[in-house]
Write a protein of this length. Sequence first.
Length: 219
Amino acid sequence: MQIRGMDTPEDKNSIDYRIGEGLARLAAALGAEDRGRAKEAGLTATQLAVLTLLEGRPEGMGVGDIARHLLVTQPTATDTILTLERKGYVAKLASDADRRASLVQLTAAGAALHSLAEGGRGSVSEAVATLAEGQKRALFEALITLIRGLQEAGAIPLQRMCISCQYFRPHSHPDPVRPHHCALVDAAFGDPDLRMDCRDHVSSDPAHRAATWRVFTQG
Ligand code: SF4
């Protein structure tokens, strides 16, 4: 397909600009779904997002980390956590590493509410399910590239993806279907199984991440 016009984000005829418009539409749809789910659970979207974040981190998180992951201010995170604490959905405990700091953890009531609120597929998931396998793979690959770009630029915190994990060994097997290796579970896997948010993820340093990315993209 011939793309007319300069491909710069400022140029409204550029594909970059229109991809941004498309992503904004998806973000709006996902945001509306989140607000709807949260409302049914008697929460705000930010409160539900905190429960979702903590559900995947049983060790708990500091308030600053929660704010960074949700891209909200620290006062907003603090207020949200206070409200959730009053409702009995989260609890604070002293951090082993720093007795002055506290970690926020999900309570059993918070976990139960979260699993109720997260049940069922939304319209965006349903739309994704209609894509052809090739489209899904291309979209998945593009998402990994975009999210990596954002985290390496410091726009979002490091995500718990395979590409930034110490255990990830890209293209270490000759099998084209399962070329990668997870050293934690000592198993081969393919691109569709790359994790976006793995609980066993251990962050690697920037030099290791850059080297891993080179091997991953060059094959
Ligand atoms: S531990 Fe998780 S994130 Fe790390 S390589 Fe294995 S599957 Fe990927």
